[in-house]
Each structure stands twice: as C-alpha cells, then as structure tokens.
Design a protein around this ligand. Structure first.
Ligand SMILES: [Zn+2]
Ligand SMILES: [Zn+2]
Length: 344
C-alpha cells in the first residue's frame, strides 16, 4: 500500500545536478520525481544545506555515481510512503515535517547494520555524494533516519543539523565530559559554530579557536557564547578535550598543545593532506586521539531536541534554487561566514 498526498504531484521537478566532474557549477535540470518504495519515503524538500563536502563532490573528490543531485542535508515534508517504511519507522505519516540522514540503501547484513551502527556500513550509498541528494524539489530518504522536527524550527535551520549539527553533537557526546569541564573547538565554520552553542547548553566551558576574524565575530554574537576565544595558534593550555574541526595542520598541532596531559583530541574534519601531530604530545602528554564520524538517527533526534530547546541556530544565507551560480560564488568569498542553504 502506498500512502500519498491527496493533491497529485506533478511528474517532474527542478534539481541541481552534477553530470561530470570536476565541475565549477551545478546544472539546473528538470528530472522525474522519484517514487517512494520499500524502506524509502518521498519528501518535498523545504530546504537543503550546502556543506564543504559538496564542493569536494563537485570537484570529483568521491568519484562515484554520476550523474547525481547535490546536497546531503535535507529537511522537508513527507508526501509519499509505503507500508514497508512504516514497519521501520511507525511514527511517520504524510504531512510530517522531518529531517533525515543521507545514508541510503544500507546493506542490512554487515555487523554495523545488524548492531544498529549503520553509519559505518561500507556498502551504503550517500545522498548527494554517491547517489541523488537533496538540491531538488522532491527526494527520497530512508524511513529509519527520519526525525520529526518541531513546528517552531524552520526548514532552513533544520537542514544544517543533519550534517553540521549532528556531527558537532556526536563529537561532543564522544568527548564524554561533565558540566564544568573544558572543551576546545578548533574551527568555527558551520560545525564548530553549532558545536560552541551545544557545548555551552550542556554546561561545558568552551574555548573557541579560529584564526579568521569573521567566524570569531559570529560566535561572539551568539546568546550561547564561548567562555574564551583564541584567534591565533599560541598561548594557553589546560583543555580536557579538543575537537579538531579545521583542516590546516597548524590547527592540529595547536589543538594538541592546548590539551592537558591525559586529555583527548577528537578529529571531526577530513583534512585531505592528513593530520599533523608530534609524537611527543601523544607519548609524554598521554593524549588520546579519536575520530568522530557524523551521527546516527538517535544522535540526530538528540541534536534536534537540544537545538530546539536551547534556540541554537546557524547563521543562515538563503539562495533560491535558481540562484545556484550566485550561491557558489558566495563560497569563494574569504569573509563568508555561517551556513548556505537552498530554498525552492
Ligand atoms: Zn556535510
Ligand atoms: Zn551494512
């Protein structure tokens, strides 16, 4: 049985496509609207975020699944779903406002899928990266990754929580700190600026680090401000856990320098040139280095709850789907800060 909106959907939709890589633009195309089937539900996208990873995809960095629609950060309204999807997530219904994770076509048989940690499934596809994503008027998402959002949360604020937000939240959770302990967040882009607010909300002391003036100005404007801001890689030490959210090697070695003996470094970014740490930091300071990948559906639900309760927000810049060229030009601006989202 398929449940769908009473008003009939048209058969085609606008989408921002990548047909070949490397590309310096998306192509605005008209393509068929997919059908909800099996474990997937169809959502009418309210807003979809642009993440640093999307620029890597445009550049051919993941090399798979072309042509595809960009974006891995969806928020929208459920317009079509089948019985199989309801067996998986019985709380869903037509008209629900949801966000979802970008994992698709999970194998269901590997040990990570079986034990519920399917973000590590090495057989799954990723919307906007290896299969169609969410810069489209409609898109498919897995029922198991859908989380209903409160009416008070706009789609524009909700979309970035599905990657930037849940990534920050999961890393903070992995830090396993108690209120009053100190976390440093090095890199104050979309992930770091949400992380600062979430860490403050749960009672941590927050050291925010970035060498760029614009992101510092941004985190300083939040209601949930950091306790200390550092704008160059020198001085200070004594942090319990440092989240490495930035790519430059200098930010990694500085992260190790400010972390106390027996403290922890959590790598959140994916620096293509690798990470730079001194062996002396790991040996003589007994630092532990961990990775933290994205999040699962429980993390996404907790992210939505925490952000809505604390009024944690991204600094949003909206671009209509027709303005996609202007949107990519915005990413080239040095003084650009906050989060870009597409509207329809
Ligand atoms: Zn992302
Ligand atoms: Zn699997």
């Amino acid at each position: 049985m398929v449940y769908e909106l009473e008003e009939k959907l048209s058969k085609s939709m606008k989408a921002l496509r990548i047909n070949k890589t490397p590309a310096d633009q998306y192509e605005l195309a008209t393509i068929p609207i997919p059908k909800a089937e099996g474990t997937k539900v169809l959502i009418k996208i309210g807003s979809a975020g642009l993440c640093h990873t999307d620029l890597v995809v445009l550049n051919g960095g993941f090399g798979g699944g072309l042509p595809l629609t960009g974006s891995h950060e969806p928020a929208g309204t459920i317009v079509e779903l089948c019985d199989r999807a309801l067996e998986i997530n019985g709380g869903l219904k037509i008209g629900d406002r949801v966000v979802a994770l970008f994992h698709q076509d999970l194998c269901g048989t590997c040990s990570d899928c079986k034990f519920g940690d399917w973000k590590y499934c090495s057989h799954s596809k990723y919307g906007g990266i290896t299969t169609d994503g969410y810069f489209a008027e409609y898109a498919l998402v897995e029922a198991k990754s859908c989380v209903i959002i409160p009416d008070s949360m706009s789609f524009e604020q909700a979309a970035p929580l599905t990657c930037a937000g849940v990534t920050a939240y999961t890393a903070i959770k992995k830090a396993n700190l108690k209120p009053g302990q100190i976390i440093a967040i090095s890199g104050l882009g979309a992930v770091g600026s949400l992380g600062v607010q979430m860490a403050k909300e749960i009672g941590l002391k927050v050291v925010a680090i970035d060498v760029r003036p614009e992101p510092i100005e941004l985190v300083n404007s939040f209601e949930l401000k950091p306790d200390l801001i550092i704008n160059r890689y020198e001085g200070w030490e004594g942090v319990d856990v440092t989240l490495l959210v930035a790519d430059p090697p200098a930010s990694h070695s500085y992260g190790a320098a400010i972390t106390r003996k027996h403290g922890t470094l959590i790598l959140v970014s994916g620096p293509l040139q690798g990470i730079k740490l001194e062996f002396t930091d790991l040996l003589f300071k007994d630092l532990c280095l961990k990775g933290s990948l994205h999040g699962n559906a429980v993390d996404l639900k907790e992210t939505i709850d925490l952000c809505s309760k604390s009024n944690t927000k991204s600094h949003i810049k909206k671009f209509h789907i027709e303005e996609h060229k202007k949107m990519l030009r915005e990413t080239e601006k040095k003084e650009s800060k906050g989060k870009i989202v597409v509207t329809f």
